[in-house]
Write a protein that binds this ligand. Structure first.
Ligand code: GLV
Length: 339
């Protein structure tokens, strides 16, 4: 009997998903969360045929150097700026991500941050938990927040998640503007009741700006001091995309100086570290990169990553056709099936 291919899973994962992998593979799954160094990644990946990795695992040319065994890397996330796709493709390794299954959960979460930032939910809760309500003589005009209904929502990056955020805006009777590399088909624009505008129009007109861009070198600091200066001082910024798309230092300054009313942030430049100034601001609602974290969605993401590994290594109904490969050219060339 030939030995089963080996698969490394870099983070603890749902046991039933690991069991699916174990039907085909000899699985080495990390039992505790741990940030892997480049050396550790290199060593782990050298001894396996496939890997399921998290967003904190940076898979680049140096990590892949000399690796002649690895055939597939499945990323647990839709964003894949932690993968050097060119390096993976050059090495003949299939890479995959987890698109679509998280769209609705992430769209829900964008609204959670928008509403919480507008209505000061986190700051009010901190105040209550600190025991400050009794004896405070809280006034009728304390804790005033910003209205959401009837205002203008802007979406920068109008993929499926952005469209989900836009569709929800109808319930709040909002006007929706968007900016994107390309215009959406008319039918989709109609469904989302969204209008394409230039980036500077978007910045100037909206009351709520939600960022849903992929992180690319061009998108680094897409929202920095010059962009923040174009926004209304009463506006709210929500980043559920990636750290580094916003210049967090410039954002903290704008929030402190009242040049922007509030922010809801799920992602940070250099996370898990958070800019210290953001931590001191009551008008910033902060969460630890959890926009996709509903049970149903995280399971769907884990299963999709497993589907990709199983198919890329030649097993299951989709053998040879990983459903969400990012570099399918590797499969066409057949180089994913190294001896
Ligand atoms: C989360 O940030 C993801 O890219 O899935």
């Amino acid at each position: 009997m030939t030995a089963k291919p080996k698969v490394w899973v870099s983070r603890p994962l749902f046991p039933d998903v690991l069991a699916r992998l174990a039907e085909h593979f000899d699985v080495d799954a990390e039992a505790v969360e741990h940030r892997h160094s480049a050396d550790e990644l290199k060593r782990k990946l050298a001894g396996v045929d496939g890997a399921v990795v998290g967003l904190a695992d940076r898979i680049d040319a140096a990590v892949l150097e000399g690796n002649t065994r690895l055939k597939v890397v499945a990323n647990l996330g839709v964003g894949y700026n932690n993968l050097d796709l060119d390096a993976l493709t050059r090495a003949g390794i299939v890479a995959s991500n987890t698109p679509d299954v998280l769209n609705e959960s992430v769209a829900d979460y964008a609204w959670a941050l928008m509403l919480a930032a507008a209505r000061r939910v986190s700051a009010a809760e901190r105040w209550l938990r600190a025991g400050q309500w009794p004896g405070s003589n809280m006034r009728f005009d304390d804790w005033l927040g910003l209205p959401v209904h009837g205002r203008t929502l802007g979406i920068l990056g109008m993929g499926r998640i952005g469209q989900g955020i836009a569709r929800r805006a109808a319930g709040f009777d909002m006007r929706v503007l968007y900016h994107n590399r390309s215009r959406l088909p008319e039918m989709v624009e109609r469904e989302c009741q969204a209008t394409l505008v230039s980036k500077s129009e978007l910045l100037r007109q909206v009351d709520y700006l939600v960022l849903v861009l992929p992180f690319t070198p061009e998108n680094r600091h897409a929202i920095g001091a010059p962009e923040l200066a174009q926004m209304k001082p009463s506006a709210v910024l929500v980043n559920i995309a990636r750290g580094g798309i916003v210049d967090d230092a410039a954002l903290a300054l704008a929030l402190r100086e009242g040049k922007l009313a509030a922010a809801g942030l799920d992602v940070f430049e250099g996370e898990p570290m958070v800019h210290p100034d953001l931590l001191t601001l009551d008008n910033a609602v902060l969460s630890p990169h959890i926009a996709s974290a509903s049970e149903e969605t995280r399971r769907a993401m884990a299963n999709l990553a497993a589907d990709n590994v199983i198919a890329a290594l030649g097993f299951g109904e989709a053998a040879g056709k990983p459903p969400t490969a990012l570099n399918p050219a590797v499969l066409i060339r057949g180089s994913a099936h190294k001896a």
